[in-house]
Design a protein around this ligand. Structure first.
Ligand SMILES: Cc1cc2nc3c(=O)[nH]c(=O)nc-3n(C[C@H](O)[C@H](O)[C@H](O)COP(=O)(O)O)c2cc1C
Length: 201
């Protein structure tokens, strides 16, 4: 269901967005094209560049994913860095394909809450709840690696963060982040871990 952007969602300098990807958390990849919105889970993702104005991230998106078609048509996608309270949504989005949903809509049937990213002629990217932050990306075309490795690169053009997890472009100390807002990390077969200790060697 489309909701208003919650107050705890605050703009994040895109040049700090790599910190969200540094966690290695499972992410939600979302896209929109011609009024069609969709989202999927993706555990295979990483930060790629943090140069000012050139921050990038990368994510593997299989050819069978309906979301991939939306990205190929719109040249945009969003990444949401999942936290524990979004784990059920993450599993639902990662276990159900819009290819098999009536009208190619799975967000409504799955009861996924999302808010709009920045307005855009092709539609605002759907940013799903249950994430520590969200990166709005322009597809950075690399046809060879997209076809060969299913790897998509995004140039981060805008970012948002949950102020209960992130302040001044940095994650709060782990013991200040409530358990339900800690990032989730997929081990496989629907098993996840959350960070349990922060330390500085
Ligand atoms: C925890 C989890 C992690 C996943 N990671 C990836 C991934 O990194 N890349 C990928 O292509 N699919 C991944 N998937 C599978 C897709 O999310 C799944 O195929 C999804 O149904 C695609 O949805 P769509 O066809 O509606 O786009 C993952 C699924 C789960 C549950």
């Amino acid at each position: 269901m489309l909701i208003d952007r919650p107050d705890f969602v605050q703009a994040l300098d895109a040049n700090h967005a790599w910190r969200l990807m540094n966690t290695g958390a499972t992410v939600i990849v979302s896209a929109v094209h011609a009024g069609q919105r969709n989202a999927m889970a993706a555990a295979w993702n990483m930060a790629l560049d943090y140069a000012p104005g050139a921050a990038k991230c990368a994510v593997v998106i299989d050819k069978q994913c309906f979301t991939r078609g939306l990205i190929e048509k719109s040249n945009r996608f969003a990444i949401g860095v999942c936290v524990r309270e979004g784990a059920a949504a993450c599993m639902a989005l990662g276990s159900t394909s819009a290819n098999n949903s009536p009208g190619r809509d799975k967000l409504i049937p799955l009861g996924i809450d999302y808010f709009d990213g920045e307005p855009h002629a092709d539609g605002a990217l759907p940013l799903t709840l249950g994430c520590a932050g969200w990166l709005e990306c322009e597809r950075y075309p690399e046809p060879h690696i997209e076809q060969t490795y299913d790897l998509f690169i995004g140039r981060i053009i805008r970012a948002w963060a949950d102020a209960r997890c992130v302040a001044n472009g940095k994650f709060l100390p782990l013991d200040q982040i409530p358990p339900e807002l800690r990032t989730i990390h997929h081990l496989g077969a629907g098993n996840f871990v959350v960070p349990g200790e922060q330390f500085s060697p």
